[in-house]
Design a protein around this ligand. Sequence first.
Ligand SMILES: Cc1ncc(COP(=O)(O)O)c(C=O)c1O
Length: 444
Amino acid sequence: MTGHAPRNAPSLDAFWMPFTANRQFKAAPRLLVSAEGMHYRADDGRTVLDGTAGLWCVNAGHGRQGIAAAVERQLGTLDFAPTFQMGHPIAFEFAERLAAIAPGPDGGKLDRVFFTGSGSESVDTALKIALAYQRAIGQGTRTRLIGRERGYHGVGFGGISVGGILANRRVFPQLPGTDHLRHTHDPARNAFTKGQPAHGMELADDLERLVALHGAETIAACIVEPVAGSTGVLIPPTGYLERLREICTRHGILLIFDEVITGFGRLGAPFATDFFGVTPDLVTTAKGLTNGTIPMGAVFASRAVHDALMQGPDGIELFHGYTYSGHPVACAAGLATLDIYGQEGLLTRAADLSEDWAAAFHDLRGRKGVTDIRTLGLIAGIELASRPDAPGKRAYDVFVDCFARGLLIRVTGDIIALSPPLIVTRDQIGEMAETLGAAIDRAA
Ligand SMILES: Cc1ncc(COP(=O)(O)O)c(C=O)c1O
């Protein structure tokens, strides 16, 4: 097919777009050509308020000169160097800076850092570290990986195997030996909750069920998103993560928090681990690590996990890594990002805004078709009733309408998700809620 292209712009045919209805998009493209602060500019010159921090990643807002300058300097100094049996100082420097703010309490921080190139790579890395750890401590029968229904852990084979979103799985074979907890979405009991829902802690006992079914001695790790994002914002019930931690500990199962979206300030603490006060054994991150500027991920590991793999005869301890693990330019971007987060207090700013954020979006309760609203930190999920025979269409219409009126939101099925840059102002929060509310009315 020949895609429509704006004047003086490239043809849209060659780029096979990810997670996109390619034919639909190319018939009516939405193109962003520049960005600064809280706004994108579309190819027709309109400004668009960024309600999604790009894709949950531009936490410090767009066009940060400090990051651009650091990247340029690094490209002129050391553009690339390997990290396999070689090193360069900036990767160690970045890991050290990350270790200082790593998830977990003082004295128990997950302060050993494995660099990757993306969230998906972080997930597969964490799963492999968990398997290697179990073998290293003499628990080699533990090869089973537990995820959760509706979970999103990227698109690698490991990630889709523990993930729980049907569309991402159905066409592809998966790793053998995985199983899933039930998800925690329970609108009948929890609809329109601000913050953590009251009901559902007992769903963590699903892990006990899987232990009874498979035997703890077969289970290496359990991975969950502390707040599930891509499936449409599912906030953990009060006590749920605590109970999951307790069950994992009791059965020798490693707990992995996938913090690819919650890492770097989204909830008002540096990590969800800190926000909820529940410490897993491994934490996966990406996105906000470099403010979305240069692709990079990082897995944070506890000392216990790391140190168990630093035993044995001299030689390579973990046969795993990526050409771009600790890429110097990504490290430069990450260090500059951490400077901005620190100088502007962005890793905790969401805590100051979260009440106003919640109030603005819970105000949409009562609009036609809105069946649930859930908020935490600077995340909101607004669930709409699906149109009969057209699931997802109502939210998609809202998405297109919002974009036409200068607001970028994200939709999954009939759920709208918002997660703005952490520099958002109260006025901009109001603007988002107003634009969205009007679009929901028009889609009713
Ligand atoms: C929780 C979670 N894990 C993993 C990923 C995958 O990250 P990436 O797209 O960088 O591979 C995402 C992306 O949205 C995510 O939300």
